[in-house]
Design a protein around this ligand. Structure first.
Ligand SMILES: [Zn+2]
Length: 180
């Protein structure tokens, strides 16, 4: 797992009423046509993150609290640095946190498009550092999890399949993306 694009915007501004993204970096009150009233813009953390396994790199988006947690910053700080001060975020602590670590990631796949083109985005629902000790005697549910042969970030269908059974299980199973 890595953030390869350090110069992306790490947050977006959205209407505090309808949560619609606005293509602006000026944080001021505006007349929202959808809400039909004057609302304020609030920043929301959102950025692209690259998932790397043995064979491929997949780009997924991560947003809101999960993104803030990953960057160890609040969205107000992120907005202040990237939009108000127009600086790039210092990601050294994030690179360090990711180095030589394996993460189990749950992804949600969303598709849209017309009849001949389909766009697919992956969003991260959860991420968890994978511990190097494969068996835990105290956790009986871990016995159900197959040992992993792949030693890098688990993405797509595999990631969901190996997620602990106590994780939220309501998400539809992601379809494999390797054959896209
Ligand atoms: Zn609105």
């Amino acid at each position: 797992m890595a953030i390869l694009d350090e110069f992306q915007d790490f947050c977006v501004l959205e209407c505090s009423g309808c949560k619609q993204k606005k293509r602006t970096k000026a944080r001021k009150d505006f007349e929202c046509p959808k809400c039909n009233r004057k609302t304020s813009l609030v920043p929301r953390c959102s950025f692209q993150i690259d998932l790397i396994d043995n064979t491929a790199t997949t780009t997924a988006s991560i947003s809101a609290e999960l993104g803030e947690k990953l960057l160890s910053m609040t969205v107000e700080d992120i907005f202040d640095i990237t939009c108000t001060k127009q600086q790039s975020l210092s990601l050294n602590h994030v690179h360090e946190m990711f180095s030589n670590k394996i993460f189990e990631i749950q992804l949600r796949k969303s598709s849209w498009g017309s009849s001949n083109t389909t766009n697919t985005t992956l969003s991260i629902l959860s991420y968890m550092e994978k511990q190097h000790t494969p068996e835990s005697t105290t956790d009986r549910t871990s016995k159900k999890i197959k040992p992993l042969e792949i030693s890098e970030v688990q993405v797509t269908a595999t990631a969901a399949a190996v997620a602990p059974s106590n994780a939220p299980g309501k998400f539809e199973p992601p379809t494999p993306t390797k054959n896209v």
